[in-house]
Design a protein around this ligand. Structure first.
Ligand SMILES: [Zn+2]
Length: 303
């Protein structure tokens, strides 16, 4: 259910600068378009589909947002960024307008330094959905880690803030993916983690330029997080998550696949980062993902 398996990695720069060139292409303000991410994704679903399989479940729940004040001064700046952005108020409001929920789902931004349900130390740099109490935990430590990974590669403070918020929005929708799979009992094949990655990327792409940028921020986060020396452990190969570099290429592939003309530079020319061997399949992959999630969510939409 977590976003990442804990792997110790150090911040690194992209020596080629290719990523940077790509990721700064979209200059649309994040909030301008992200606010309607889910409602736009929902609008793609045909009305016929929506009524085709109505579920007899109570729909009185909603997403609730909760902030828990940090004690660690090192996280104060990140807490300020998240709270003052009001981004998650907007995304949650949009989600509540779009989805019929049988239960409340609480989204908690907090410092993660307690014990989990098994009595183990929480991973302070993670995010997860807990099906026992229908809560999504977003650890400020994870967001701080993103900021550290992005820090040396953004031109201005504003660019850095936008990249961190974009990547955090991607994580938020990934965890929402787990939550929706759980509460709607959504069938899926393959890894649930990959299905959650698909939903997150699909919702963001659906909202237009700013959402695409946020998906690319999420991808970049995985790229920077991935081990530079490729010294992968057996645990990582066996993990429920795909490897960070694979998650990076998946997101890049789906963004490219959503609009191969607009994102041609991802796979053609000097700045290409997506290998041709994968690129050819991306349009079909993205269409399959979009169709699948439109159908899976059809009976759970409000409008
Ligand atoms: Zn996950």
């Amino acid at each position: 259910m977590e976003r990442v398996r804990k792997i110790s990695m150090s911040p690194k720069t992209d020596p080629t600068g290719r990523l940077r060139k790509l990721f700064i292409k979209s200059r649309v303000p994040l909030f301008a378009l992200l606010v309607c991410a889910l409602s736009v994704a929902a609008a793609s679903t045909s009305r016929t589909n929506r009524t085709a399989s109505s579920l007899r479940m109570q729909t009185t729940g909603s997403f609730k947002l909760r902030y828990v004040a940090v004690k660690d001064h090192g996280l104060a700046q990140i807490e300020k960024l998240i709270k003052e952005s009001k981004l998650f108020e907007l995304l949650i409001d949009d989600s509540n307008k779009s989805l019929k929920l049988p239960v409340d789902i609480t989204v908690i931004f907090r410092e993660c330094n307690g014990k989990d349900e098994d009595g183990k130390d929480e991973d302070p740099t993670n995010a997860w959905y807990n099906p026992n109490n229908h809560s999504i935990t977003m650890c400020y430590g994870l967001i701080k880690k993103s900021e550290d990974l992005f820090k040396n590669n953004e031109k201005t403070e504003k660019d850095l803030d936008e990249a961190v918020l974009g990547s955090t929005a991607w994580t938020f929708y990934h965890e929402m993916g787990h939550a929706l799979i759980d509460i709607y009992k959504i069938a899926h094949t393959g890894k649930e983690e990959d299905a959650a990655d698909e939903l997150s990327t699909y919702i963001l792409i659906s909202s237009g330029d700013a959402g695409e940028k946020a998906a690319l921020d999420g991808a970049e986060d995985f790229y920077r997080e991935a081990s530079e020396d490729n010294d992968l452990s057996e645990e990582q190969f066996a993990d429920v998550h795909s490897l960070s570099k694979q998650r990076f290429y998946n997101i890049i592939c789906w963004v490219y696949g959503s609009n191969t003309e607009k994102y041609a530079s991802l796979t053609e020319g000097a700045d290409a980062i997506l290998p041709q061997g994968r690129a050819g399949a991306c349009e079909g992959e993205y269409q399959r993902i979009a169709k699948a999630w439109q159908n899976l969510l059809a009976s759970h939409l409000k409008k």
